[in-house]
Design a protein. Structure first.
Length: 434
């Protein structure tokens, strides 16, 4: 029996499920997070530039390089710990450091990323964040810190994972250009659990930022669609009008067809431009919602939950994107229906023209038939005239013995000759038609 052969990528695919482990984070620590997105079509970017940028950072600290074609990396860089991941449209860097700074969310924490290295990034910052992990003894002390760190109006704070931790943020960009997240673990919370929460917070922020790109696209599309809908309404109104006098040759329909083709081309261009972004926005929104759900939030001192913040501030933006997508689909369907209606109108007009042409041909055929019958009658008369002359020469010698005059003889022969000629032509015509 032949040995069982594994698929060549079996182990690679199985290991992919375990390729991105959660980091272990000390109960007192800090993290700097950075997400970079390439300009233009980020999904088709040159990923070797991402790898080169990562290696440049690792070389600064004399750290080991990732495996070739790796899409993730975890390892020490000096006294810090780095987690790097490559995604469809962006790459993320998370650097963890032990201990908390004396000043909360000190912008110096982000100095882990050298400025010249940041300037050489193969893309643009889509988001960055400072995360402070600090065990605090009481809820009152937590509230005091939160009120000093965040804007109260937009502060979201919640117990998560069966009240093992308290997480908080106001989702505002600070003066240094970073988001801020606070994590207060209970003393008995494990490092892996803290790492999972920190990772979830980074993912919520990143996918929120990425999905908001769809809002920018949606606002632009809505403006373009408003103009297209006005032109499409004008075309539909023109289609419902009767063709003006002197334009029975289809010129009006040709002009409308050109308008519809132009509008359809613009709509198709919008669909092409927005198809990926709207689809990605829907996927990112689902990830944000799922990441918040797995935190298993419960209320912390009456503060709004992360899910409530998203419902009030984030969900309307996503509904705008979905509305723009539906509007684009609706306009595309209207343009397609307008083209179908115009095609139907042209077909009906052509059928009417064809019917009129057939009627005209029938009248012409009837006239031709009548003319032909008239010609046939004249032909019978003409032929009969000559035949009667020949017949007269044939019977003249016999008239004197019979005592008949030439006039009487011709009078007797005329009906006979005419009838004979008519029957002969009729028989000949039937023979040819048959």
């Amino acid at each position: 029996m032949a040995p069982l052969i594994d698929h060549p990528r079996r182990y690679e695919l199985a290991n992919e499920l375990h390729a991105r482990p959660f980091p272990s984070v000390e109960r007192a620590g800090r993290a700097a997070y950075l997400a970079i997105r390439a300009k233009g079509d980020a999904a088709r970017r040159d990923r070797s530039l991402d790898r080169a940028h990562l290696i440049a950072l690792l070389d600064r600290y004399g750290a080991a390089h990732p495996a070739p074609d790796a899409t993730h990396f975890m390892g020490p860089i000096g006294k810090y710990h780095l987690k790097w991941e490559s995604h469809t449209e962006f790459v993320t860097y998370t650097v963890f450091a032990e201990g908390v700074a004396d000043r909360a969310f000190d912008k110096g924490t982000f100095d882990i990323f050298p400025q010249d290295w940041l300037d050489a990034a193969p893309g643009q910052r889509i988001t960055s964040a400072l995360i402070r992990i600090e065990p605090v003894d009481s809820h009152d002390a937590m509230l005091e810190r939160l009120h000093g760190w965040f804007e109260r109006e937009s502060l979201a704070a919640a117990h998560v994972l069966d009240e093992a931790l308290v997480v908080a943020s106001d989702f505002r960009i600070d003066e240094a250009g970073h988001m801020r997240f606070a994590v207060f673990p209970r003393p008995d919370t494990g490092e892996r659990r803290i790492g999972r929460v920190v990772q979830r917070l980074c993912e919520i922020e990143t996918y929120k930022a990425m999905s908001m790109l769809g809002l920018v696209q949606a606002r632009k599309v809505v403006g373009d669609l408003a103009q297209i809908e006005m032109e499409l309404s004008r075309v539909m109104s023109a289609m419902s009008d009767e063709a003006p006098e002197g334009r029975k040759d289809g010129g009006m329909e040709d002009g409308l067809l050109d308008d519809i083709l132009r509008l359809s081309t613009r709509i198709e261009a919008l669909v092409t431009q927005t198809n990926f972004r709207f689809g990605a926005t829907g996927a990112y929104e689902a990830i944000v919602t799922q990441r918040i759900e797995v935190l298993r939030e419960t209320r912390f001192h009456g503060r709004q939950l992360f899910s409530e913040f998203m419902m009030r501030r984030y969900d309307p933006a996503m509904r705008t994107v979905k509305a723009a997508e539906r509007q684009l689909d609706g306009v595309a369907e209207r343009a397609a229906r307008a083209a179908d209606l115009l095609r139907t109108k042209v077909d009906v007009a052509r059928q009417a023209q064809n019917q009129a042409l057939l009627s005209s041909m029938d009248r012409r055929a009837d006239l031709q038939l009548r003319l032909q019958e008239t010609v046939e009658g004249l032909s019978v008369v003409a032929i009969s005239y000559y035949a009667l002359g020949l017949a007269g020469y044939a019977v003249y010698p016999f008239l004197e013995p019979l005592g008949l005059s030439k006039g009487l003889a011709l009078a007797i022969l005329t009906p006979v000759v005419v009838l004979t000629m008519w029957l002969g032509l009729r028989r000949l015509k039937k023979h040819h038609l048959g």
